[in-house]
Write a protein that binds this ligand. Structure first.
Ligand code: SAH
Length: 210
């Protein structure tokens, strides 16, 4: 199947699985996923599965990314933090949704991915800040955030991330161990955190810095 047919089919699949947010569909149409993928896998750019990107990491499955973005309820102008920004693909999608007035910060622990993702984002003119560090402490300098997305899993979301979240903010994270993770949405209301578990997912775990 050629890349264009794959791309069309992927959109039908996203809609079939309940992705109805127009801004997400538009972002996924606009951002070229193939640019974030190693050359030898580019023919699979629009197939609905994760793809290895080096440094033991994968670019996540498009449907799962779309589900996470839909849970985040992103709007223009928002400030967003992604932990585990890997290839930079999700950063690019979020930037497309929040627009010029928005601000997106990605944190990635693998140094090679930090270098590569910065280059890719620059080459397609996506303004974003990529920080090479352990994201489990968040990134205080650009806090507070309207939205925080964890693209790696944890058994318990670090408390400091909730402190960097604005009132009425939303944090989405895959919560659980390697065998059992659920896409979990946390909403901050009147300083309380309200938790809601969603679909089963499988993400790489949040790593500690060596
Ligand atoms: N969103 C990415 C894919 C993420 S895969 C994309 O679109 O390509 C999960 C990523 O989390 C990996 O790149 C991994 O290196 C990173 N990661 C794991 N532990 C981390 C930590 N403590 N801080 C920051 N990034 C981390």
């Amino acid at each position: 199947m050629n890349i264009q047919t794959q791309r069309k089919e992927l959109f039908e699949e996203l809609k079939r699985f309940g992705i109805h947010d127009i801004a997400i569909l538009k972002a996924m149409k606009t951002v070229p996923r193939e640019k974030f993928i190693p050359k030898n896998y580019q023919y699979l750019a629009y197939a609905d599965h994760p793809i290895p990107i080096g440094s033991d990491a994968t670019i996540s499955q498009p449907l799962v990314i779309a589900m996470m973005l839909q849970e985040l309820q992103l709007k223009e102008g928002m400030h967003v933090l992604e932990i585990g920004s890997g290839s930079g693909y999700v950063v690019a999608l979020i930037q497309n949704i929040v627009g010029k007035k928005g601000q997106i910060t990605g944190i990635e622990i693998a140094p090679e991915l930090v270098i590569e993702s910065k280059e890719t984002l620059k080459s397609i003119k996506i303004p974003a800040t990529i920080i090479g560090d352990d994201g489990s402490k968040g990134y205080k300098k650009n806090a507070p955030y309207d939205r925080i997305l964890m693209s790696c899993s944890c058994e318990k979301v670090p408390q400091i991330l909730f402190e960097q979240l604005k009132e009425e903010g939303i944090l989405v994270a895959p919560v659980g161990n390697w065998l059992w993770q659920t896409l979990t949405t946390f909403r901050k209301k009147k300083k309380q955190i309200i938790k809601e578990s969603g679909e089963l997912v499988r993400f790489l775990p949040l790593r500690q810095k060596d």
